[in-house]
Design a protein around this ligand. Sequence first.
Ligand code: BTN
Length: 254
Amino acid sequence: QLALQTSVFGRKAVILNSTMSTQGDVQQMAEQGQAEGAVVLAEEQTGGRGRFGRKWFSPPGKGIWMSILLRPEQPLRNTPQLTLLTGVAVCRAVRAYTGADAGIKWPNDLLINGRKMCGILLESAVEDHALRYCIAGIGVDVNFELADYPEDLTSIATSIKVETGQQADRTKLAAAILNELEHLYFVYQKEGFGVIASLWEALSVSIHREVKVSNPQGSIEGTAIGLDPSGALIVEKSSGERITVVSGEISLIE
Ligand code: BTN
């Protein structure tokens, strides 16, 4: 039996049948002064959002579509750390609750057997270069069958059910995610990013691998060697030159 064991996260929770995007719903609550830890969950999103302006396929009843309001007492430059922290929390919860062999592809896609089953979108509200609040959006493909995916996703996406052969209880998994997220968030606020970085590196499928990093500034290839103290990825080129990458996407080179 798995229940919510948090003191703050998810204690205010709104559960919707259908919404455009839970990110927008939490943003509205944040602007109205809602306290940290408020959560919106939806059975279905009609306009689910992914990173880089992409759409996030969010059909009814198949996944966890959830957004959480964070009001971290952190400078704006630390938001990449929160992105990584969220990935670590979801990965640990999925592994513990379902037994699936999930790993993290930098910055925070969760993969099982090389296919993505979870995406995380961290959006920040900024004023005068200061962080007002963050919204952590988590999308987990829980009970999809392969046939549920549109054609363009079948080669890259997967679900916990496809990979483990088991249906998972979405409510319990969502509670497990919130328990883990609150725990790591409290550790982070108290002790800083060090512990989180070690956990991230241990779950990462990118570290010590040849990667190609792409972002609007261009792309580079090299070996991913770890995180720097801010949460950026350090990539070592064949020339030995080390580059720190703050945002973008990577692909693993075989
Ligand atoms: C990505 O990998 O591109 C991030 C996907 C994030 C999807 C989640 S589902 C809940 C929340 N609401 C949204 O519209 N997006 C996030």
